[in-house]
Write a new protein. Structure first.
Length: 306
């Protein structure tokens, strides 16, 4: 598969496959969600199971009228009941992707994470991956975790990296380059994540993550700017050419996400990983384009996993 370098190429790739993913949307009654649904129906990349609470049934009916052959409606009494029903539709295989509409993220995640009835396998690790198309970078940039894990443990780092690698490879990158992010290149026990980085690099060399280059600690500029690495005397396949950035905590990952989107003029996409099917949980401040590309990413990510 050819490497996908832009978000619009993701759309073209999905369309070329001629497959409409079945997407369950919880409470599809806000303007951005409606925009995503209508645009993706027009692009012929998805069909929808709209799970609405009773108070907003009319909005769902209006959406179905736009494309009745590819939209079904399910009614629930409350948003929480809608979330539970949508999760069940994914668990039974009737839907392949779950997407958040106008419902509080905590309420949706409560249904996603409900033991024995949710979408996270027992012992699984839920994480978030963002994908940015930055005007000054030569390819898509993946990074984690900007939304879910406060301070990853070694085991959480392993799962996060494995999930990000799977998605990166799904977009045509056969041997991803992973940068383990810190403020310097020095390993210091005062920063426990740098000790985890040492173990992760060792495991990568032993083949735990398949074909991959993993290096760090390094700062984000060194990971994405070859000249910075040359000045520091660093030589690595990752330096200046990273595909994936792994951040040490949610503060740094979230700040990077918001900075890229506001000051870097980046187009963004994001989804939850670790679940049996992709989950799209866009931020309230995300643009309509960002939410659309997040859906495209989830549809491209693959089929439901047991």
């Amino acid at each position: 598969m050819e490497l996908i370098r832009t978000l619009s190429q993701m759309v073209n790739c999905l369309r070329s496959r001629g497959i409409r993913r079945k997407v369950a949307v919880v409470c599809p009654n806000d303007p951005h969600t409606e925009y995503v649904i209508i645009r993706s129906l027009r692009e012929e990349i998805a069909e929808y199971l709209l799970v609405t609470d009773s108070a907003h049934l009319k909005e769902a009916l209006d959406l179905r009228a736009a494309s009745p052959d590819f939209v079904r409606i399910y009614e629930a009494g409350t948003p929480d009941e809608a979330a539970a029903l949508a999760v069940q539709l994914v668990r039974t295989g009737e839907a392949e992707v779950l997407m958040k509409g106008l419902i509080n993220t905590d309420n949706l995640l409560r249904a996603v994470l409900k033991k024995g009835e949710g979408l996270l396998p027992e012992g699984g690790v839920l994480s978030h991956v963002a994908v940015a198309q930055v005007p000054l970078y030569h390819k898509l940039l993946f990074f984690s975790d900007a939304a879910v894990i406060p301070r990853p443990t070694l085991e959480q780092y392993r799962s996060m990296i494995a999930n990000d690698l799977t998605l990166c490879r799904a977009l045509g990158c056969e041997e991803p380059r992973v940068a383990l992010i810190h403020c310097t290149e020095k390993i210091n026990e005062k920063f426990p994540h740098t000790l985890s980085y040492v173990e992760l690099k060792k495991e990568a060399q032993e083949g735990r993550f398949g074909k991959v280059f993993i290096d760090g600690p390094m700062d984000a500029k060194t990971a994405c700017d070859k000249h910075s690495g040359e000045i520091k005397g660093l030589s690595s396949p990752v330096v200046g050419n990273a595909d994936i950035l792994i951040f040490p905590n949610i503060e740094s990952g979230n700040t990077f996400y918001k900075t890229l989107s506001l000051f870097g003029d980046a187009n963004m996409a994001g989804m939850l990983t670790g679940t049996i099917a992709p989950v799209v949980v866009p931020s309230r401040s995300d643009s309509g384009n960002s939410k659309y590309y997040s859906l495209v990413l989830a549809c491209l990510a693959g089929t439901r996993k047991e």
